[in-house]
Write a protein that binds this ligand. Sequence first.
Ligand code: SAH
Ligand code: SF4
Length: 401
Amino acid sequence: MRRGIIWWTVLADIKSQTAGELQAQFELWRQPVYRVSQVLEWLYLHRTTDWDEMTSLPRALRDQLRNHYSLHSLELVRRQGSRDTTQKFLWRLADGSLIESVLIPASPALYAEPSDRQTLCVSTQVGCAYGCKFCASGLAGLKRNLAVEEIVDQLLAVERAESKARSPKPKVQDGDEKGSVRLHEPCDAPSAARRSVASPRLVSNLVIMGMGEPLANYDNLIQALRILNAHWGGAIGARKITISTSGLAPQIRKLAAEPLQFRLAISLHGATDATRNKIMPVNRRYPLRELTAACEYYLQKKGRMITFEYILIEGVNAGLDQVNPLAALARRLKAKVNLIPYNQVEGLPWQRPSESAQEAFLRALVGQKVLATLRREKGHDIEAACGQLRLKTEQELAHPI
Ligand code: SAH
Ligand code: SF4
């Protein structure tokens, strides 16, 4: 008897596709180009999660799309925080994995330009392989990379959840062409102003500082950022997108060659190899000499200021003896330093220094002619510790009371 063979085809998700890629497919289907604009509008203006809601498309085309692409959306599991402070969103993915995004209220720009709209902190992996000793995201290691659409949908899902909480769903008419997005425009076009009033973009800045090491999921990250940046997609300016890395030197060089002008933040947390080796295993692979050379290359290629993130951890890197090496590095790389009081993680021994010790560290750094800030806002506490809500939820699921 012949054994039957079962074929599985994994469909590409429509939110992993650029306008150009969709256009190529629509040409094969002999569909007019304006149909692509309509689909993009449903996805990125109306944040539609169901093919059947795309009522301006003929039913046959909807069926063709359904058979050719998946349309996955993140499922909200838990939400923490209030609207005027920082809010954390815990999402369940199709395979049951949990990830977090964090919405930070309007503030005087921590990384990019000032804005009266909000900043979204986005995850790029489930867990993290880099195992920094202070971080909740790395505690259980890496489960997997996020797919392009799982990165992209964090913006759409947060906005969906927020607009649901704020107002009734905007009504969209059949065949409504108002606010149609146009194709063939430069990717970096400031298009927010062109958006439909029914669907204003709530988020204006992205920080890729959620769970995971973004540069270890390089290709999916860059494709997702192309979509989040494009005028037909997320419409968030590249200069308002900050990528944070623990220091993957080769990928920093690769990023320098990308055409888009993203901002780069380095999680430094130690200005000497001795200190970094203690808390960041990645430093044994790419010690400071290699990391700083890659940063210099980035600076040379992009001409954009780099930010050093420096968590202040009591008894590890917050002593005044660390100021000189940190100031020397920052001056050499013309980097700005963001000092962040450590946010305690349950089960880990580390603590933040006293406020007066934090202030003294800042004063000493500024005294060495370094551009530096100390994050004091209470609302940002939970933002700094992405990975904790997932950890807590997984622990609760494993040991229900
Ligand atoms: N993997 C990337 C991006 C995600 S981590 C990176 O390491 O840069 C985002 C930032 O949060 C990093 O600077 C990280 O060091 C910091 N962070 C992690 N745990 C923290 C904690 N408990 N308190 C404060 N900052 C933390
Ligand atoms: Fe991974 Fe960044 Fe956490 Fe280090 S700080 S374990 S690189 S997420």
